[in-house]
Write a protein that binds this ligand. Structure first.
Ligand SMILES: O=C(O)CCC(=O)C(=O)O
Length: 244
Protein backbone atom coordinates (compact mmCIF):
# COMPACT_ATOMS: atom_id res chain seq x y z
CA UNK A 1 0.00 0.00 0.00
CA UNK A 2 1.20 3.50 -0.70
CA UNK A 3 0.99 6.42 1.74
CA UNK A 4 -2.27 7.67 0.29
CA UNK A 5 -3.91 4.26 0.70
CA UNK A 6 -2.63 3.99 4.27
CA UNK A 7 -4.05 7.43 5.04
CA UNK A 8 -7.42 6.58 3.51
CA UNK A 9 -7.58 3.30 5.42
CA UNK A 10 -6.67 5.06 8.63
CA UNK A 11 -9.06 8.00 8.24
CA UNK A 12 -11.90 6.66 6.10
CA UNK A 13 -11.68 3.00 7.06
CA UNK A 14 -11.93 1.48 3.58
CA UNK A 15 -10.10 0.91 0.30
CA UNK A 16 -11.20 -0.30 -3.12
CA UNK A 17 -8.91 -2.42 -5.29
CA UNK A 18 -9.80 -2.52 -8.97
CA UNK A 19 -9.60 -5.49 -11.36
CA UNK A 20 -8.40 -8.09 -8.90
CA UNK A 21 -9.99 -10.92 -10.88
CA UNK A 22 -9.87 -11.72 -14.60
CA UNK A 23 -13.10 -12.35 -16.48
CA UNK A 24 -12.31 -16.06 -16.64
CA UNK A 25 -11.77 -16.19 -12.86
CA UNK A 26 -15.09 -14.40 -12.32
CA UNK A 27 -16.84 -16.80 -14.67
CA UNK A 28 -15.32 -19.82 -12.91
CA UNK A 29 -16.25 -18.50 -9.45
CA UNK A 30 -19.81 -17.67 -10.46
CA UNK A 31 -20.24 -21.03 -12.20
CA UNK A 32 -19.09 -22.90 -9.10
CA UNK A 33 -21.15 -20.77 -6.70
CA UNK A 34 -24.28 -21.40 -8.78
CA UNK A 35 -23.58 -25.15 -8.66
CA UNK A 36 -23.23 -24.96 -4.88
CA UNK A 37 -26.45 -22.94 -4.58
CA UNK A 38 -28.29 -25.55 -6.69
CA UNK A 39 -26.83 -28.43 -4.66
CA UNK A 40 -27.39 -26.93 -1.20
CA UNK A 41 -30.89 -25.62 -1.86
CA UNK A 42 -32.71 -24.28 1.19
CA UNK A 43 -29.85 -25.17 3.54
CA UNK A 44 -27.35 -22.94 1.70
CA UNK A 45 -25.59 -20.68 4.19
CA UNK A 46 -26.76 -22.49 7.29
CA UNK A 47 -23.25 -23.22 8.65
CA UNK A 48 -23.15 -19.50 9.45
CA UNK A 49 -26.72 -18.29 9.28
CA UNK A 50 -29.62 -18.01 6.91
CA UNK A 51 -30.53 -14.46 5.88
CA UNK A 52 -34.11 -14.17 4.68
CA UNK A 53 -34.50 -12.65 1.22
CA UNK A 54 -30.95 -13.24 -0.02
CA UNK A 55 -28.94 -16.29 -1.11
CA UNK A 56 -25.92 -17.09 0.99
CA UNK A 57 -23.26 -19.82 1.01
CA UNK A 58 -20.96 -20.47 3.95
CA UNK A 59 -17.77 -22.33 4.84
CA UNK A 60 -16.44 -21.91 1.30
CA UNK A 61 -12.89 -22.85 2.35
CA UNK A 62 -14.22 -26.41 2.49
CA UNK A 63 -15.89 -26.17 -0.89
CA UNK A 64 -13.17 -25.78 -3.46
CA UNK A 65 -9.53 -24.83 -3.98
CA UNK A 66 -10.84 -21.98 -6.12
CA UNK A 67 -11.47 -19.98 -2.92
CA UNK A 68 -7.87 -20.18 -1.65
CA UNK A 69 -6.83 -17.32 -3.91
CA UNK A 70 -9.65 -15.24 -2.43
CA UNK A 71 -9.31 -15.62 1.36
CA UNK A 72 -5.49 -15.77 1.17
CA UNK A 73 -4.90 -13.12 -1.49
CA UNK A 74 -1.56 -11.48 -0.56
CA UNK A 75 -2.54 -7.92 -1.49
CA UNK A 76 -5.77 -8.11 0.48
CA UNK A 77 -4.06 -9.79 3.43
CA UNK A 78 -1.62 -6.88 3.56
CA UNK A 79 -4.56 -4.55 4.16
CA UNK A 80 -6.19 -6.87 6.69
CA UNK A 81 -2.90 -7.12 8.56
CA UNK A 82 -2.61 -3.34 8.62
CA UNK A 83 -6.04 -3.18 10.28
CA UNK A 84 -5.94 -6.08 12.76
CA UNK A 85 -2.30 -7.15 12.90
CA UNK A 86 -0.58 -10.34 11.72
CA UNK A 87 -2.51 -12.85 13.87
CA UNK A 88 -5.66 -13.09 11.84
CA UNK A 89 -8.26 -15.72 11.11
CA UNK A 90 -10.83 -15.95 8.33
CA UNK A 91 -13.91 -16.40 10.47
CA UNK A 92 -16.34 -16.58 7.57
CA UNK A 93 -15.74 -17.20 3.87
CA UNK A 94 -19.19 -16.73 2.39
CA UNK A 95 -21.02 -15.83 -0.76
CA UNK A 96 -23.94 -13.41 -0.73
CA UNK A 97 -26.35 -12.75 -3.56
CA UNK A 98 -29.06 -10.12 -3.46
CA UNK A 99 -31.36 -11.66 -6.09
CA UNK A 100 -33.14 -9.56 -8.74
CA UNK A 101 -35.84 -7.23 -7.41
CA UNK A 102 -35.44 -8.34 -3.85
CA UNK A 103 -33.67 -7.90 -0.56
CA UNK A 104 -34.26 -5.43 2.17
CA UNK A 105 -31.95 -2.78 3.46
CA UNK A 106 -29.85 -4.38 6.20
CA UNK A 107 -29.46 -2.70 9.55
CA UNK A 108 -26.28 -0.71 9.91
CA UNK A 109 -23.78 -2.89 11.74
CA UNK A 110 -20.11 -3.48 12.37
CA UNK A 111 -18.38 -6.81 11.75
CA UNK A 112 -16.40 -6.72 14.98
CA UNK A 113 -17.98 -9.50 16.99
CA UNK A 114 -20.98 -8.19 18.95
CA UNK A 115 -19.92 -4.63 18.32
CA UNK A 116 -16.63 -4.88 20.21
CA UNK A 117 -14.90 -1.55 20.26
CA UNK A 118 -11.20 -1.10 19.48
CA UNK A 119 -9.34 -2.43 22.50
CA UNK A 120 -5.83 -1.98 23.90
CA UNK A 121 -4.46 -4.27 21.17
CA UNK A 122 -6.24 -2.34 18.44
CA UNK A 123 -8.95 -3.23 15.94
CA UNK A 124 -10.18 -6.80 15.85
CA UNK A 125 -12.15 -7.16 12.60
CA UNK A 126 -11.74 -6.52 8.90
CA UNK A 127 -13.76 -7.56 5.87
CA UNK A 128 -13.16 -8.03 2.16
CA UNK A 129 -16.06 -7.98 -0.31
CA UNK A 130 -15.14 -9.44 -3.68
CA UNK A 131 -17.61 -8.14 -6.26
CA UNK A 132 -18.61 -10.80 -8.78
CA UNK A 133 -21.29 -8.68 -10.44
CA UNK A 134 -20.98 -4.92 -10.87
CA UNK A 135 -22.08 -3.10 -7.71
CA UNK A 136 -24.39 -0.17 -8.43
CA UNK A 137 -26.66 2.11 -6.42
CA UNK A 138 -29.65 0.37 -8.03
CA UNK A 139 -28.59 -3.25 -7.48
CA UNK A 140 -27.71 -3.09 -3.79
CA UNK A 141 -24.11 -1.91 -3.59
CA UNK A 142 -22.92 -1.73 0.03
CA UNK A 143 -23.52 1.43 2.07
CA UNK A 144 -20.54 2.48 4.21
CA UNK A 145 -20.07 5.39 6.60
CA UNK A 146 -16.48 6.65 6.13
CA UNK A 147 -14.65 7.34 9.37
CA UNK A 148 -17.20 5.48 11.51
CA UNK A 149 -14.52 3.01 12.71
CA UNK A 150 -13.01 5.91 14.67
CA UNK A 151 -16.16 6.56 16.72
CA UNK A 152 -15.60 3.63 19.10
CA UNK A 153 -19.35 3.08 19.14
CA UNK A 154 -21.67 0.71 17.38
CA UNK A 155 -24.55 1.94 15.22
CA UNK A 156 -26.96 0.51 17.82
CA UNK A 157 -25.58 2.90 20.42
CA UNK A 158 -25.96 5.95 18.20
CA UNK A 159 -28.60 5.63 15.50
CA UNK A 160 -32.32 5.93 16.22
CA UNK A 161 -33.19 3.99 13.06
CA UNK A 162 -30.65 1.37 12.06
CA UNK A 163 -32.45 0.71 8.78
CA UNK A 164 -32.50 4.27 7.52
CA UNK A 165 -29.84 5.62 5.20
CA UNK A 166 -27.18 7.64 7.01
CA UNK A 167 -26.47 11.25 5.96
CA UNK A 168 -22.76 10.49 5.68
CA UNK A 169 -23.02 7.12 3.97
CA UNK A 170 -21.43 6.46 0.63
CA UNK A 171 -22.53 3.71 -1.73
CA UNK A 172 -19.59 1.60 -2.82
CA UNK A 173 -20.03 1.07 -6.56
CA UNK A 174 -17.60 -1.04 -8.54
CA UNK A 175 -17.05 -3.51 -11.34
CA UNK A 176 -17.02 -7.28 -11.07
CA UNK A 177 -13.50 -8.20 -9.99
CA UNK A 178 -13.12 -5.16 -7.72
CA UNK A 179 -12.61 -5.68 -4.00
CA UNK A 180 -13.84 -3.48 -1.16
CA UNK A 181 -11.74 -3.91 1.98
CA UNK A 182 -12.80 -2.20 5.15
CA UNK A 183 -12.15 -1.89 8.84
CA UNK A 184 -14.69 -4.22 10.47
CA UNK A 185 -15.48 -1.55 13.06
CA UNK A 186 -16.82 0.64 10.23
CA UNK A 187 -20.59 1.00 9.96
CA UNK A 188 -22.06 -0.58 6.85
CA UNK A 189 -25.21 -2.16 5.46
CA UNK A 190 -26.30 -4.28 2.53
CA UNK A 191 -28.98 -2.72 0.35
CA UNK A 192 -31.92 -4.00 -1.75
CA UNK A 193 -31.55 -4.90 -5.40
CA UNK A 194 -34.03 -3.02 -7.59
CA UNK A 195 -32.76 -4.43 -10.90
CA UNK A 196 -33.39 -7.58 -12.92
CA UNK A 197 -29.87 -8.91 -12.41
CA UNK A 198 -28.10 -10.61 -9.50
CA UNK A 199 -25.71 -8.86 -7.12
CA UNK A 200 -23.30 -11.62 -6.12
CA UNK A 201 -20.17 -11.30 -4.02
CA UNK A 202 -17.80 -13.30 -1.85
CA UNK A 203 -17.44 -11.90 1.65
CA UNK A 204 -14.41 -12.80 3.74
CA UNK A 205 -14.63 -11.77 7.38
CA UNK A 206 -11.33 -11.70 9.27
CA UNK A 207 -11.01 -11.54 13.05
CA UNK A 208 -7.94 -11.11 15.19
CA UNK A 209 -6.87 -14.55 16.39
CA UNK A 210 -7.47 -13.79 20.06
CA UNK A 211 -11.14 -12.95 19.48
CA UNK A 212 -13.26 -15.96 20.47
CA UNK A 213 -14.96 -17.49 17.46
CA UNK A 214 -18.14 -19.44 18.09
CA UNK A 215 -18.78 -22.61 16.15
CA UNK A 216 -20.60 -20.78 13.35
CA UNK A 217 -17.72 -18.33 12.89
CA UNK A 218 -15.11 -20.95 12.08
CA UNK A 219 -14.09 -22.77 8.98
CA UNK A 220 -14.72 -26.50 9.08
CA UNK A 221 -12.47 -28.10 6.49
CA UNK A 222 -12.61 -31.84 5.89
CA UNK A 223 -9.21 -33.62 6.11
CA UNK A 224 -9.31 -34.51 2.39
CA UNK A 225 -9.69 -30.82 1.57
CA UNK A 226 -6.69 -29.84 3.68
CA UNK A 227 -3.97 -31.72 1.82
CA UNK A 228 -2.98 -28.90 -0.56
CA UNK A 229 -3.21 -26.05 1.94
CA UNK A 230 -0.12 -23.95 2.67
CA UNK A 231 0.93 -23.20 6.26
CA UNK A 232 -0.42 -19.65 5.85
CA UNK A 233 -3.79 -20.93 4.63
CA UNK A 234 -3.98 -23.39 7.55
CA UNK A 235 -3.23 -20.56 9.94
CA UNK A 236 -5.82 -18.27 8.37
CA UNK A 237 -8.44 -20.99 8.62
CA UNK A 238 -7.48 -21.67 12.24
CA UNK A 239 -7.09 -25.36 11.51
CA UNK A 240 -4.44 -25.88 14.17
CA UNK A 241 -6.03 -23.70 16.83
CA UNK A 242 -6.90 -25.20 20.15
CA UNK A 243 -10.64 -24.74 20.43
CA UNK A 244 -11.90 -23.09 23.55
O1 LIG B 1 -23.37 -7.62 0.86
C1 LIG B 1 -23.23 -6.49 1.34
O2 LIG B 1 -23.32 -5.46 0.67
C2 LIG B 1 -22.92 -6.32 2.80
C3 LIG B 1 -23.20 -7.56 3.57
C4 LIG B 1 -22.92 -7.44 5.02
O3 LIG B 1 -22.64 -6.41 5.55
C5 LIG B 1 -22.99 -8.66 5.84
O4 LIG B 1 -23.33 -9.73 5.32
O5 LIG B 1 -22.72 -8.55 7.06
Amino acid sequence: MNDQQLKQLDEQGYLIFKNMLSSSQIEALLGWLEELWAKEGDSAGEENYIEVGVRRLANLANKGDIFRGIYAHPQILEVIETIIGPDMRASMVNARDVPPNTGVRMSFHMDSDKGRARDATGYSAATAIWMLDPFTVENGATAFVPGSHLLGKSPKEVLSDLNASHPDEIIIEGQSGDVLVFNGHGWHAGRPNLTNGHRRAILVHYLRADVPRPENRRQHVEPENQTELTPLERELLGLDDKLS
